[in-house]
Design a protein around this ligand. Structure first.
Ligand code: FAD
Length: 367
């Protein structure tokens, strides 16, 4: 039997952030990951907001900076949005996850790849996992939007999702180096399409829509033909997955059990970005667990959303409801060039990203 202070299920952004930090804090950490090696199957676009890039401090070769956003109407009229000093980082996501896993291993975590979480049973002093093959004082579920840990231990589950799909191309240069975003209520109801120049000569093109709609990548490529020459491009890979957008699950913790990242519903309901929140939740979770396990008689009380600093997403959930009303394209054509809508778009993309508080609001609204 493997015995740990903390057993983390899932070796992606949330799980690796937690495992590395918990090991750095002196805990004996194990990680279970069903994939055979880190980054084997990636389901994300892997675009980082600047804060996540700063937090990760990954080697420069694994990412490239994109200076701002170009937002398109359904007829492909566009407007450019940016904030001083702000950028997004495109990443070699499998490479990034391999690097992050190595960081966790060097910190002292034991990584078990090709090992799926199957079941868990509570014991007086901890949790027994996979029929007793692993014993842990604290179990962490960082196993994504459809968390098995949450299901087995009767924690909160994600209920609202976007479905995203993306293709990676070679030989598809873009004339303008921006994060190109497309709104179209017929093609991408409830969200957007995107296209940008990634790392190592790759261009990423994708879209996500609210369920039960299905994203139609072929239709998006046809629509984007005036902007990029898909005829000469080589398709390298396709990927996709569910993005939870219903806000934090409740409860996200129980006695000696904690959910992180997508498993906890920690994804912005508006932008559908979750990597930054996954890393932050992993780091915070590791600190709280180390604090608990360091007590002479560890409290049995579940960690609370306040201790975990879970966002409430009040405004973002409200705006998501508006997006789900799916305004017709003729409204979108007008709205996107209206001064107020542009200010709101800037706030969505850049508020709290380099520009904070009243000073941030004022700076953005003046632009
Ligand atoms: C198409 C798409 C595009 C996206 N693009 C972006 C983006 O550009 N930027 C952004 O910030 N966010 C993006 N997101 C969201 C982002 O990918 C997630 O929020 C983020 O990956 C969450 O990290 P996580 O570690 O919580 O979970 P995940 O990345 O989902 O990782 C969960 C891990 O758990 C493992 N696992 C699952 N079940 C088990 C089991 N039973 N046993 C063992 N291991 C298990 C999985 O193999 C996986 O490695 C996107 C999501 C999708 C679907």
């Amino acid at each position: 039997m493997h015995r740990y202070d903390v057993l983390v299920v899932g070796a992606s952004f949330a799980g690796l952030a937690c495992a590395r930090h918990a090991a750095e804090l002196g805990l004996k950490v194990g990680v279970l990951e069903r994939q055979p090696w880190p980054g084997h199957t990636v389901h994300t676009t892997g675009l980082l907001v600047r804060e996540a890039d700063v937090l990760l401090q990954a080697p420069a070769a694994l990412s490239r900076r994109i200076p701002g956003v170009r937002l398109y109407t359904p007829s492909l009229r566009h407007v450019d949005l940016d904030a001083p000093g702000y950028y997004f980082a495109a990443t070699d996501t499998p490479g990034l996850l391999r690097w992050y896993a190595e960081q966790a291993r060097v910190a002292g975590a034991e990584l078990h790849f090709g090992s799926a979480f199957i079941d868990a049973r509570r014991e007086p002093e901890g949790v027994l996992v996979n029929g007793g093959a692993y014993s842990t004082r604290f179990l962490v579920g960082a196993d994504g939007a459809r968390s098995s840990v949450a299901a087995h231990l009767r924690l909160g589950r994600n209920r609202a999702f976007l479905l995203g799909i993306e293709a990676e191309f070679r030989n598809l240069p873009l004339a303008v180096d921006r994060l190109h975003c497309f709104v179209d209520s017929a093609l991408v109801p409830g969200y957007i399409g995107w296209m940008f120049q990634g790392v190592n000569g790759i261009t990423q093109v994708g879209l996500a829509c609210q369920r039960p709609h299905k994203p139609d990548l072929g239709a998006l490529l046809k629509r984007l033909a005036p902007l990029a020459d898909f005829g000469r491009a080589e398709l390298v890979e396709k990927r996709g997955g569910l993005i939870p957008v219903g806000g934090c699950v409740a409860p996200a913790a129980a006695e000696r059990v904690l959910l992180l990242g997508d498993a906890a519903g920690l994804v912005s309901p508006l932008t559908a970005g979750g990597i930054h929140l996954a890393i932050e939740s992993g780091l915070r979770g590791a600190e709280l667990i180390a604090e608990r396990l360091g007590q002479s008689a560890p409290s049995r009380r579940p960690l609370s959303p306040v201790e975990l600093r879970h966002p409430r997403f009040f405004w973002k959930l409200l705006l998501r409801r508006l997006l789900e009303l799916n305004p017709p394209n003729r409204w979108l054509e007008r709205l996107l060039f209206n001064g107020l809508s542009l200010r709101i778009a800037r706030l969505i993309y850049f508020y709290r990203k380099g520009l904070k508080g009243w000073a941030g609001w004022r700076a953005l609204l003046r632009r």
